[in-house]
Design a protein. Sequence first.
Length: 389
Amino acid sequence: MLMASLSPILATTIFAISLFSLTPSLVLASKPCHFPAIFNFGDSNSDTGGLSAAFGQAGPPNGESFFGGPAGRYSDGRLVIDFIAQSLGLPYLSAFLDSVGTNFTHGANFATAGSTIRPQNTTLHQSGFSPISLNVQYYEFHDFLVRSQVVRKRGGVYETLLPKEEDFSNALYTFDIGQNDLTAGYFSNMSTEEVKAYVPDVLNQFQTIIQYIYGQGGRYFWIHNTGPVGCLPYVMERIPVLAGQIDENGCASPFNEVAQFFNLGLKKTVEQLRRDLPLAAITYVDVYSLKYSLISQGRKHGFTQPLRTCCGHGGKYNYNKNLGCGGKISKHGKEVLVGAPCKDPSTYVNWDGVHFTQAANQYIFEHIVNGSFSDPPIPLNMACQRKGN
Ligand SMILES: *[C@@H]1O[C@H](CO)[C@@H](O)[C@H](O)[C@H]1NC(C)=O
Ligand SMILES: *[C@@H]1O[C@H](CO)[C@@H](O)[C@H](O)[C@H]1NC(C)=O
Ligand SMILES: *[C@@H]1O[C@H](CO)[C@@H](O)[C@H](O)[C@H]1NC(C)=O
Ligand SMILES: *[C@@H]1O[C@H](CO)[C@@H](O)[C@H](O)[C@H]1NC(C)=O
């Protein structure tokens, strides 16, 4: 045998060398990543104040369960992105568009409520979709990347408000966007087939943005798929014909099928990106399954109201698109709040017909953080690892 003919010293050396070559990957595999910053892109699922800064504050009772009042979020409290930041030991993200009291040392949030991946050809006033589509969020990010470094060089307070240059390549880039691209078609009276037909274009534009960010040095990507939009009152109420096709959990199947069609494409897009961007670690997170199970199994976890909104007024789902959460009417010359919140938002999945309650967001976070809904199945704090490492 070859080993027998080697001198003990040589054998030990070989053993030591092979141990050495093993050690780095073993150490890497178990050591948590250090993300000094988060840069987030998305829609209302992760907007921490962008739309509010530019188009008017998300009014009360938003924020009542945690922030003690409006805090730029469409929820009674924290969003999944807030729990993500907190668990990585970082402060809640300031919205890039917010010019008051913001601190970008540990990242910035480019998401705005109503954002789509593809730019829409309608105004916010006409259709409710934000002009800050994903390409615009990228322009903002690029501007931030370049100018934050120029301004940081002035020293003083700027050094304590802006990220370091190297933080951009070590940061976690998070995405939760696409839901509004799907509803945009439906809301302009397209059929399910017509919506499906443009999904490849939406995914293509998403792919381009990830490539751009990689081109600027971004390496770690955490991508949420889109949720079961057919379980949300604002979709079910607005398109009653399709909403008639209800599944066993009370959700409108056509919309959920389109969401799953989008997610299948998104997963393939992520696989293509992994091939094209060899230095990137890209985690695909299946929030769809989790949100759907929250609606179908929520009662087991204390969510006694899976579909009805906590804060709203009237109708089958306590939702009225003309008189939403916080909505008031004038009665005998007096303003009366009719879009009032429920007593205990923690027993509801849905906050206002469109968005999730803080309790639901926390539930979602707690189930995604350990990687059990991720591809690859690694925890959030390991999301700097490339698949296969
Ligand atoms: C907006 O209009 C342009 C030019 O006609 C078109 O290429 C694009 O697909 C439209 N966008 C959407 C979201 O419909
Ligand atoms: C901004 O936040 C960082 C980290 O939380 C902190 O160290 C810094 O002092 C803050 N800057 C200002 C001006 O408050
Ligand atoms: C969609 O159809 C409804 C009912 O026919 C109509 O009132 C609405 O204006 C249409 N919307 C668009 C964007 O075409
Ligand atoms: C992940 O966390 C959830 C919620 O705490 C738990 O139910 C699940 O079993 C965990 N999965 C793994 C793989 O640890």
